[in-house]
Design a protein around this ligand. Structure first.
Ligand code: LER
Ligand code: MN
Length: 276
């Protein structure tokens, strides 16, 4: 059975980005709980930005879990990348993600490597950058394992990375790792740009898919764009997907409407009475 989640960003530098709730973790948890979400996905400025005891209280009070923690603040706040040509920068990026893994791990939540994967160019050609990415994922995957969580790696669309842009290429990358503890994030927005057939890509990803960003073609809440969710839900059922469908969506026309639309679509396509 899948579970629902909604994003909350606590990163002012990410303003304009695809997060439903903003700035106020307590208010986001309250509303997520009231609307019936199972979890929140947290985009935090850093590993110490959220008071862990306070978060634990909020989760308990509103019957929520943490679905995942984003690591993109390492990029948007600190300009870090796991494939930077500069070795000192790469080490800082690794340190940042290791500590985000520890933060998430305290809540049994995996960390997501999305924009922190960077891109190739300048002094680094594609094979060299992919080698750096592999070595980072091996290091971080093993670190996540020590904290009892998988690591989630996200292919992005061509405007955000030039390393890995499809589920198939993502599977190829993960198969080449020494660690077996990294799973793919299928972000339906990125997939809508890059995949020829989203449902086929999901079937091809199979058991490698460990997290889903549940969002429409225009990055608005599921149901506010032109994606056909029925075949995607069928493909996810076919691969026995049992993870989160997490709304990484723009807060349009406002956070409340985006959250409501998401949970309504989630219930329609993934609820117990979902069409089979
Ligand atoms: C970025 O476009 C994205 O989809 C995030 O989940 C990764 O940082
Ligand atoms: Mn995403």
């Amino acid at each position: 059975m899948t579970r629902s989640a909604v994003t909350v960003s606590l990163v002012p530098e990410a303003r304009g980005g695809p997060f439903v709730f903003w700035d106020d973790l307590a208010a986001a948890c309250q509303r997520a709980g009231e609307l019936g979400f199972d979890a929140v996905e947290i985009f935090a400025p850093g590993p110490d930005a959220v008071d862990r005891d306070e978060l634990r209280r909020l989760l308990d009070r509103h019957g929520l879990r943490v679905a995942a923690v984003g690591t993109g603040a390492g990029m948007v706040k600190h300009g870090l990348s796991l494939t930077s040509p500069d070795a000192a920068q790469r080490e800082q990026a690794l340190q940042f993600v290791r500590r985000m893994i520890e933060f998430g791990g305290a809540f049994q939540a995996p960390a997501i490597i999305g924009s922190m994967q960077g891109r190739w160019g300048g002094p680094l050609d594609r094979p060299a950058a992919l080698d750096l990415l592999r070595s980072a994922l091996d290091d971080l995957g093993a670190h996540a394992e020590r904290h009892g969580v998988p690591l989630i790696y996200e292919p992005l669309n061509r405007y955000e990375t030039n390393l890995v842009t499809t589920v198939e290429a993502g599977v190829g990358l993960l198969e080449s790792l020494a660690t077996g503890n990294v799973r793919l994030l299928a972000d339906l927005f990125h997939m809508n740009i890059e995949e020829a057939d989203l449902a086929a890509a999901i079937r091809g990803g199979g058991a490698w898919i460990g997290h889903v960003h549940f969002v429409d073609s225009n990055r608005r809440a599921a149901g506010m764009g032109h994606l056909d969710f029925a075949p995607l839900a069928a493909a996810l059922r076919e691969i026995n997907y049992g993870g989160y469908l997490s709304a990484e969506a723009l807060p349009l026309p406002d956070p409340e409407s985006a959250a409501r639309q998401t949970i309504q679509s989630y219930r329609h396509f993934f609820g117990r009475t979902a069409p089979s």
